[in-house]
Design a protein around this ligand. Structure first.
Ligand code: TEU
Length: 566
């Protein structure tokens, strides 16, 4: 039997502070803005709020480049505001988890400034420094062929000491050296203990599989012959000491504070996943796997898009949501976050005709699956990707900008590249939340740091709040239902009934007593034949995304239904 825990039943809502709500008119979202909307989140049915990095940072990677773990980025507010947010959340029974970004810091962090200052500085070894290699012509080259997630080499040369430092992400995000015990202790004290003592309830652990690098720092095998630098997961994902590090964090900090954690692990086999999240392993409570969000893409390069069909999609959900079945581990459910495009544009249909319908179908799927459910800001009102007509200049994410710089054609014909950028860029998730139909969608009274989507008059919170047929009302209803039937939806076993069907996704959720829910979703923009796969059972409808009477033989475009089976 699966052990019941409050965090398994919780709905977690992710906030990306820069684009959430601006309370002071400087064009950037802030912590006050979050405090002002806590009742809205409570009303939606949220239990836990995850705040993406709000720490002091030069914002090269939107706060995932931290220059001081114990300070707040000026434009977001102050430590006082954070304390208020924690208190005001707790008053409403909401928990707060923070992003724990400890694979790297910003190059503006004091630790790195010291580390780079000389080869003999006591903090030199807190980061990963290596001497250059020289090619046959005597030209200086990086220590190996590892590529950064944000294009180019994973190494940057520093003239001051004639060595390179490692950065799996941006040049301004040097990787910490987890082999160094003093560095680890400093991370624990500043990034973890400081915040637990302030009363937060846990962490989302960034890049949780990457801290332990294979220490030989050898070249990786060539995967993309057209590139100078190669994806190097082989030597940094699930490295030799990764589980030791997580056990240390859990035992010394997470468990004593009774906190919860969800690790961003991304890619791993079932066997590897269980090492992180089996209860017995005592490393983290849950993990994010990328099976669903990377369906149809090459996981080593998000802009190499291959496409997918509904069968791939089913397989991805099955892997992600049921890998823990029969074990003491736990899984998560999500289709959006700050690194992913909007789900309606990607997995549904963002045309005006089907946007709401397909959004509700996706919500139906989400609330019915096993695992802790995560929703990303704006998902609840059905926000969609940026308009295709926008110029590359509207894109601000370092991932997108660097990629375009490296891959944009010299002739200026970039239509194909822009198609895939428009489909997959992280910028799609980062446009400001549309609160109402006033100028700038009510996000700010000033000039927004990034452009507000043109559709804010059609898609915004205010217009949906009191409309019982809105996306937002549907999410509320769906969340209530998930909680009401938690044995089935949160804890139940998943059984897919139509693996081969390319149009419809049909599955059962089965609880420990054998009670069943029957879920049917049409994933196409056409009406399709509906064949009831349980003809001799009594079916009671408990959720539907249609306003008309339901047909017994047809499913409308993107129609979704959940029945209880008797
Ligand atoms: O992401 C790490 C990660 O593995 C990726 O999803 C990454 O964003 C993607 O490969 C880029 O194409 C985390 C954060 O979620 C992300 O926002 C940060 O940029 C990254 O770590 C660095 O801190």
């Amino acid at each position: 039997t699966v052990k019941h825990q409050w965090w398994k039943e919780s709905i977690v809502y992710q906030i990306w502070p820069a684009s959430y709500k601006d309370s002071n008119g400087d064009g950037v979202g802030d912590i006050r803005g979050i405090v002002d909307t806590l009742d809205y989140l409570k009303e939606l049915g949220i239990d836990v709020i995850w705040i993406s990095p709000m720490y002091d940072s030069p914002q090269d990677d939107m706060g995932y480049d931290i220059s001081d773990y114990e300070k707040i980025y000026e434009k977001y507010g102050t430590l006082n505001d954070m304390e208020d947010l924690i208190n005001e959340s707790h008053k409403r029974g909401l928990k707060i988890i923070l992003d724990l970004v400890i694979n790297h810091t910003s190059n503006q962090h004091e630790w790195f400034k010291e580390s780079r200052s000389s080869k003999t500085n006591p903090k030199r070894d807190w980061y990963i420094w290596k001497p250059p290699r020289y090619d046959e012509n005597g030209n200086r080259q990086p220590p190996n062929n590892w590529g950064s997630y944000f294009s180019g080499s994973a190494w940057t040369y520093d003239q001051l000491t004639d060595e390179y430092y490692l950065h799996l992400f941006a040049e301004s995000q040097p990787d910490l050296n987890w082999e160094n015990k003093l560095a680890r202790e400093a991370i624990y004290k500043s990034a973890i203990l400081f915040w637990l003592q302030k009363g937060i309830d846990g962490f989302r652990i960034d890049t949780a599989g990457m801290y332990s690098k294979v220490q030989s720092f050898k070249d990786v095998p060539i995967i993309f012959p057209d590139k100078d630098f190669q994806p190097c997961k082989l030597y940094h994902q699930h490295g030799p000491r990764i589980h030791e590090f997580h056990k240390e964090i859990y035992e010394r900090f997470i468990e004593p504070f009774n906190a919860i954690t969800v690790g961003e692990v991304g890619h791993s086999t079932r066997e590897e996943s269980l090492k992180y999240v089996s209860e017995e392993a005592k490393e983290m409570n849950m993990m994010f796997l990328f099976d669903v969000v990377e369906v149809g893409v090459d996981s080593r390069d998000r802009f190499r898009y291959k496409g997918y069909d509904l069968i791939d999609f089913k397989r991805a959900f099955h892997t992600q949501s049921s890998f823990s079945e029969g074990t003491d581990a736990w899984s998560t459910i999500f289709i959006e976050n700050h690194d992913q495009p909007r789900s309606i544009s990607r997995f549904g249909n963002d045309s005006p005709e089907f946007r709401v319908q397909s959004g509700k179908a996706l919500a139906t799927l989400q609330v019915a699956l096993t695992g802790t459910e995560f929703i990303y800001q704006g998902q609840e009102i059905g926000m969609i990707n940026l308009p295709r007509s926008w110029d590359i200049k509207e894109y601000q994410d370092i991932n997108t900008v660097n990629y375009f710089r490296e891959n944009g054609s010299k002739t200026g014909d970039n239509e194909k590249l822009m198609d895939v950028i428009n489909l997959m860029a992280r910028d799609n998730a980062r446009s400001p939340i549309q609160w109402n139909s006033s100028s700038q969608g009510g996000f700010t009274s000033g000039t927004p740091w990034t452009r507000v989507h043109d559709n804010y008059e059609q898609i915004n919170v205010e217009s949906q709040l009191h409309d019982p047929t809105s996306m937002l009302s549907f999410w509320k209803q769906a969340i209530r239902l998930r909680k009401q039937y938690k044995e089935l939806f949160v804890y139940g076993r998943l059984e897919i009934l139509d693996w081969e069907n390319e149009n419809i996704f049909t599955f059962l959720k089965i609880d420990e007593r054998g009670n069943k829910a029957y879920v049917v979703i049409n994933f196409t923009a056409k009406s399709v034949n509906f064949v009831n796969l349980l003809p001799d059972k009594t079916l009671t409808l408990i959720l539907s995304n249609q306003s008309k009477e339901l047909s017994e033989t047809q499913l409308m475009p993107y129609e979704s239904r959940i029945y209880l089976v008797q």
